[in-house]
Design a protein around this ligand. Structure first.
Ligand SMILES: Cc1cc2nc3c(=O)[nH]c(=O)nc-3n(C[C@H](O)[C@H](O)[C@H](O)COP(=O)(O)OP(=O)(O)OC[C@H]3O[C@@H](n4cnc5c(N)ncnc54)[C@H](O)[C@@H]3O)c2cc1C
Length: 350
């Protein structure tokens, strides 16, 4: 019998498995081949300052520090280059944003992240009449490479099984929990947006939000920065960049649509003031596992002590998951308390 069965090998399941295995626990991860993996589609952006009001979270420093430790560990141990550091240009699209940036510059805790406002000319070939600010400590995680490398690593340790798990096949007794011939003391659900169907945790405030993203080939040289203008441009090689992402609260499928493609390309045209000669080489769609308060949903089931969940990472999984994977590992193994604002108990009170 294994110590832990993890259902889902997205970023959450992968990084949690890594933490538990490195603490000497036996783990088996089940995944259906990333059929519904938001992590597979994600751009993997790491961005500490977000939104119209240019805010950071109270946890930002802790998230960044944990991400730095865990991604460095993975890169070294698995000999892969998954983390790419790249500055982000925040290109102001209205005066409110410019003003918010200016105000943040007076706040000491924003100093490590924000540059002085730069003039429009520096944004070439992008249009930036109101100037831009540069965000530091940004970049992206190559999530596809992380998932495939982690899957191979788990397979080598006999810690991976590919199957689509039907919730009705999960059985529990006094010793543990099983799916088919796999048995473990505890099961941790890391199934992303599919958790809305989970019979034990489906009542949690998880709202999948559909997003679409394009990979484009281009001839014109682009600056090697992430350009954020509400949508974003992420150069991933000298000839290719990603363009994203849409937010669709209405649909819960993963089908790429012409509507989203046209919208993204129109936004790019507006932003460059011309038609960049681009060729669409990939168009992907996925469902972000969003929680109502944009913070994770972590913890055990109130009546079934063998069942746990690690989910709700919304559109910030790359930045948040390393910190919370470590936190859940410490909670399970050392009894350390979970942060109150990620503990799912916050939704079970009253
Ligand atoms: C278009 C788009 C752009 C994004 N961009 C970014 C970004 O730039 N930066 C960022 O940080 N985040 C981004 N995200 C969000 C990011 O993808 C998530 O925060 C994160 O990847 C969630 O990881 P997860 O492991 O919780 O879920 P998932 O990645 O969805 O993983 C769940 C896994 O479980 C498997 N699974 C589910 N149910 C079952 C079952 N019953 N049996 C077997 N396997 C099952 C799934 O196939 C999948 O492999 C983006 C998302 C989208 C859709």
């Amino acid at each position: 019998m294994k110590d832990y069965l993890i259902l889902g090998q997205g970023l959450a399941g992968s990084l949690l498995a890594w933490e538990l295995i490195h603490s000497g626990k036996s783990v088996i991860v089940i995944d259906n081949g990333h059929i519904t993996a938001s992590s597979w589609v994600a751009a993997g952006l790491l961005n500490p300052i977000t939104g119209m009001r240019m805010v950071k979270s109270v946890h930002t420093e802790a998230w960044l520090a944990a991400a730095d430790v865990l991604y460095s560990q993975l890169e070294e141990a698995l000999s892969v280059h998954i983390r790419h550091e790249l500055p982000m240009w925040r290109i102001f699209t209205n005066t409110k944003q410019q003003q918010a940036w200016q105000e943040r510059l007076d706040e000491a805790d924003y100093a490590p992240y924000l540059s002085e406002i730069k003039p429009a000319e520096q944004a070439q070939p992008y249009h930036a009449e109101l100037g831009l600010g540069e965000v530091a400590q940004t970049g992206y995680i190559d999530t596809k490479l992380l998932l495939t490398t982690m899957k191979d690593w788990l397979k080598q340790r006999q810690s991976y099984q590919q199957m689509d798990c039907d919730y009705s096949s999960i059985v529990m007794d006094k010793d543990g929990v099983g799916i088919g011939d796999i048995n473990a003391r505890r099961l941790i659900f890391c199934e992303g947006s599919r958790a809305v169907e989970n019979p034990w945790f489906g009542d949690l405030p998880l709202t999948p939000v559909k997003g679409e993203i394009l990979t484009l080939e281009h001839q014109q040289a682009l600056p090697n920065v992430i350009a954020n203008f509400g949508k974003w441009v992420l150069p991933v090689s000298p000839q290719q960049f990603k363009l994203g992402a849409t937010y669709d609260w209405e649909h819960r499928d993963q089908v790429p649509t012409e509507k989203a493609k046209t919208h993204l390309l129109d936004e790019l045209d507006k932003f460059t003031g011309s038609k960049l000669p681009v060729k669409v080489v990939e168009h992907e769609a996925g469902l972000r596992p969003n929680s109502r308060d944009r913070l994770p949903l972590i913890g055990g089931h109130p009546n079934q002590d063998r069942l746990w969940i690690f989910n709700g990472f919304g559109s910030r999984g790359s930045l948040m998951i390393p910190y919370y994977a470590r936190q859940l590992r410490r909670h399970l193994l050392e009894g350390e308390l979970l942060d109150a604002d990620c503990d799912l108990a916050r939704w079970r009170q009253s």
